[in-house]
Design a protein. Structure first.
Length: 164
């Protein structure tokens, strides 16, 4: 029993140097970032959805990286648009009704590294959440958007800073 515990401690100690829970790596030459105003190209989306997204992305980068915001001459920049905001019926039930609806949001993001011109990409990130069909979307919309944005922004952060 003690031998097994010692082996476990040795293995965990060895692995500690191999992986970090915050496993992102930002090049030392990168100091600043900007998030340009995103456009809203999605029909039926709330009027301020692009602003909400842009502010959330700025907060995530400022909070979880050493980069500082510089809108005039950034080392890296993010831009793009909200391309999809859709509510669809899912989970059909007997009698042609549905048990839930799905809110899906997609955002096209362009990442540019102004110090390394070969480090650029454009990708669409999307996520969805389901909610009961007897719930008015206006009652849950803000909470769903926040949760969806949290996941999309995490995916963008990982793509930009961890090469996932």
């Amino acid at each position: 029993m003690i031998r097994n515990i010692l082996i476990l401690i040795l293995v965990l100690s060895a692995l500690q140097g191999c992986y970090s829970l915050k496993g992102f790596s930002i090049s030392e030459d990168l100091k600043t970032f900007s998030v340009e105003n995103f456009r809203n190209a999605a029909q039926n989306a709330p009027a301020t959805i692009q602003q909400t997204f842009g502010e959330s992305l700025k907060e995530k980068i400022a909070r979880e990286s050493r980069l500082t915001r510089d809108d005039d001459n950034p080392d890296i920049s993010f831009s793009g648009s909200v391309t999809r905001y859709s509510i669809t019926a899912v989970s059909p039930e007997r009698g042609a009704t549905t048990a839930s609806n799905r809110l899906e949001i997609a955002i096209s993001v362009t990442y540019e590294n102004n110090r390394k011109t070969d480090d650029q990409w454009t990708q669409t990130f999307s996520h969805f959440l389901d909610f009961p069909s007897d719930t008015n979307i206006l009652d849950v919309q803000e909470e769903l958007i926040t949760q969806i944005f949290d996941q999309i922004i995490e995916d963008i952060f990982n793509k930009a800073f961890t090469n996932w």
